[in-house]
Design a protein around this ligand. Structure first.
Ligand code: G3I
Length: 469
């Protein structure tokens, strides 16, 4: 059921030996199923495929050194398990408390991890005052909640679950009855519009469960997303929670694909799998399905160790209660490191193991030991600015393979960096050097990665400098 952790050196060596053996066996049409660059943690391996691998985190557990150790080592994305929900952030109407949400956010950002926001509106975990409202009063309170929380966290959240679990189980394919639904069918789009206005840089997701295959519920959501896209309602992603039992639907990947075909990203948002059946295989199947669809951009497991899970007794996660890696962990890591992935839109990172270089790639021949030229990277910025502040998303691209990078940005006088993600910022004013973090320093030839920072004052202009290691 569980097994001790595999030493990462021998893991990499084994892959290298297998790869070499394959090359020696030679022949055209060799299919490379592994990579000498295999990631040795979930986050690093996912990053090599242009994706994230995250975990739901409880603020109260961050002081547990085993928990924090596994979290910091393995995951490059974090979701607050309860701390950003309505009851936690607005316990009485108009009084907002972010203490525990901030603990998670700050821990994540200090360790170079991106943050998923969960969840702005949901029929469950509402504060008692909201539960007692209805009609216009509830609608106004709900939209104000979305605006206030998304504004507070503006520029710090990779993706928000704007609305959670609004569809009914069973065969109706329709909405779930709730106090929010009774304010009018347009409450979901009103929430998405408010979230976009409050945080233009965050990806806005609709998130639900029992949607882990093509069924009546997922089809109801599919129809809503299609309608939103047709009418210009801002929606960027669909979260498939994936709380799974001992089997997985044969249409799991096809379901991801059909959402992607609508023009939204898909994120696996709350993955956990009942132990006792095919746990490792199911985890691997989910991983492969996500890697097979370009717009499936990341996976989050709903907790770190089995004992941290909301599913008491199911042991549904990747680490046992002592923090040891389980067989399911190895299955996921191997699936992440295997070939055959697709690259998410916006990312030009080729899969390690891919034999087709991207257009314009200057990939050196196999066996080449030519070091990358000094300064072998470039950086470009996409800026979201408003009066008094901005969020900058920086893409670092490498013509030849690099193993680290530093981007320098000259800030105007009076401008200061107030936060950053997927980077370590070397200062807050003047010319600031942004360095890679452990999981995104290595960029394959022709590939790229993204980091971001936000600030107050006038946004920087011009092209940042980039130097590679
Ligand atoms: O913090 C209080 C504590 O002070 C109190 O003594 C204790 C007594 O029961 O309750 C504690 O709060 C609990 C909270 O988790 C923190 O542990 C709540 O009772 C409990 O209801 C809450 O459960 C959460 C559940 O959502 C609520 O619906 C789970 O941790 C959380 O994992 C779960 O997450 C949801 C997602 O948000 C949406 N999708 C389904 C998923 C699983 O249910």
């Amino acid at each position: 059921m569980t097994r001790p952790s595999t030493p990462s050196r021998s893991h990499r060596l084994r892959r290298l030996v297998l790869l070499m053996a394959g090359v020696l066996a030679g022949g055209a049409g060799l299919v490379v199923t592994g990579s000498a660059d295999a990631g040795t943690t979930l986050g690093a391996a996912a990053a090599e495929k242009g994706r994230y691998y995250g975990a739901a985190v409880a603020a109260g557990r961050l002081g547990d050194s085993t928990y924090a150790g596994v979290l910091n080592r393995e995951f490059n994305s974090v979701t607050a398990e309860n701390e950003m929900k309505w009851d936690a952030t607005e316990p009485s109407q108009g009084r907002f408390t972010y203490t525990n949400g901030d603990r998670i956010l700050n821990h994540a950002r200090a360790n170079g991890k991106s943050v998923r926001g969960h969840a702005l509106l949901w029929h469950a975990q509402q504060p008692p005052w909201a539960q007692s409202l209805s009609g216009t009063a509830l609608r106004n309170a709900a939209i104000n909640h979305v605006t206030q929380v998304a504004t507070y966290y503006r520029g710090k959240i990779h993706s928000w679950d704007v609305v959670n679990e609004a569809f009914a189980d069973g065969n109706s394919g329709g909405r779930r009855d709730s106090n929010l639904q009774r304010t009018g069918n347009d409450w979901i789009e009103a929430a998405f519009r408010a979230a976009r206005a409050a945080d233009p840089a965050a990806k806005l997701c609709y998130n639900d469960y029992n949607t882990d295959g093509i069924n009546a519920k997922s089809t109801g959501i599919y129809n809503m997303v299609r309608d939103f896209k047709a009418r210009g309602v801002p929606i960027d992603c669909v979260g498939l929670q994936s709380h799974l039992g001992t089997t997985i639907d044969s249409t799991y990947q096809a379901n991801i694909q059909r959402f992607a075909d609508l023009g939204v990203d898909v994120q696996i948002t709350e993955l956990d799998v009942q132990q006792g059946g095919n746990q490792a295989n199911i985890f691997a199947t989910v991983t492969r399905a996500c890697l097979a669809v370009p717009r499936c951009t990341g996976i989050t497991v709903w907790g770190v160790r089995d004992c941290d899970s909301w599913r008491t007794g199911a042991n549904p996660l990747l680490f046992d209660c002592a923090g040891n890696k389980k067989a399911a962990y190895t299955a996921v890591l191997d699936a992440l490191n295997a070939g055959g992935t697709t690259t998410p839109p916006g990312s030009t990172t080729p899969p390690p193991g891919s034999t087709t270089p991207p257009p314009g790639s200057t990939t050196p021949p196999p066996g080449s030991t030519t070091p990358p030229p000094a300064g072998g990277c470039t950086a470009s910025v996409s800026m979201n600015a408003w009066t008094g502040g901005f969020v900058a998303t920086v893409r670092v691209s490498a013509a030849t393979a690099i193993s680290g990078w530093t981007v320098t940005v000259a800030l105007p006088a009076g401008t200061a960096v107030t936060g950053s993600w997927s980077t370590r910022a070397g200062g807050t004013t003047g010319t600031v050097a942004f360095g890679n973090v452990d999981y995104n320093g290595r960029i394959a030839a022709g590939g790229s990665t993204e980091f971001g920072f936000q600030g107050t004052g006038t946004p920087p202009a011009g092209t940042p400098g980039c130097s590679a290691a």
